[in-house]
Design a binder for this molecule. Sequence first.
Ligand code: AIR
Length: 408
Amino acid sequence: MTTLWLVTSRSFDNSGMPTVTMIGGGQLARMTHQAAVALGQRLRVLAERPDEPAAQVTPEVVLGSHTDLAALRKAAVGSHALTFDHEHVPTEHLEALVAEGVNVQPPPSALIFAQDKLAMRTRLAEFGAPVPAFTAVESAADAVGFGDEHGWPVVLKAVRGGYDGRGVWMIDDAEQAATIAGEQLAHGVPLLAEQKVELRRELSAMVARSPFGQAAVWPVVETVQRDGQCAVVIAPAPELPEELAAQAQSLALRLAAELGVTGVMAVELFETHDGELLVNELAMRPHNSGHWGMDGAVTGQFEQHLRAVLDYPLGDTTPLAPVTVMANILGALEAPEMSMDERLHHLFARLPEARVHLYGKGERPHRKIGHVNILGDDVALVREKAERAAHWMSHAEWTDGWDPHDEH
Ligand code: AIR
């Protein structure tokens, strides 16, 4: 009789190098895994399904829900640090893990300010960080009253859970405020209202901080939003006055220290027409506005996140080129007939300098399925190339009319 041994990859893990657990199996975990490979570490993920981007590539997958404490415990066993690919893990579960000795980074006491927008706004306002006017909305009347006081339109936001434009409503008038706030509150969704800021553009200041207290900041970037979603990132933000850039970076460093953040944090900012900065959101995990650094900085955010949560010295954040543009590859309304593989062939034929990152995700409309980084000297040129490349990958169409099957 032959005995078949089930050999899992863990059987080979005698390197003594750390294992990090990431809750969530999306593209952020996938790219963190990529960085872990280079450092000789292992990234274990808690994923809901085996076909999620990170679950496809890492040998250590625990299948389960991030809302199930038993699954979280299973994912944490023997791991050196537990961290996140999204902010949706219930705080009470994280506190339970901490009480059981799990090294949760960032700690729940910091993460709460990325999970709960009302807690974040309140805390930031308390220590004088610039935020838009806001209020908690506990009744439809609260939303109407806020709009009447501050002027319409206003922005209504779910206190928890939304991202990429989900859980955010632009409200034009009192009637709409009453309807939407009424509906959401009836569904048990806690809300806040905030002033709609007249902005020049959106910026992001990314920072990393270790439990030891070391911190490092990348250059401030411009994030270009389309349909409530990040589409393009320009690093560094073009024509940003040095003083404003320094202000954004010191704000990010100060917030990281004051909130006790560990790992990477993105501080999403509004730049107003008068050259003022306001904090929009905080994300305590790798963030879309940091993808440029995978190719465009000495140390990218994914490696930096691992270094930070494991309390290693942090890496150099210096850019490798005068400008890097990241363009997201977003699922088209109708997936093109041409396969992704063929699109990639054509892209490489035309733009050999394109740095492509694909997430292994299904092509659903507007879904982030990959991104392209281009490095160079001239913002307009680099941006055009990056957007052209990303649009090609999404739609199998060149925005300049080039036909890949024509003779050129
Ligand atoms: N994510 C989390 N918060 C914001 C973003 N973009 C990433 C995470 C998550 C994935 O997006 O990596 O797992 C979910 O993507 P989707 O397309 O399935 O919603």
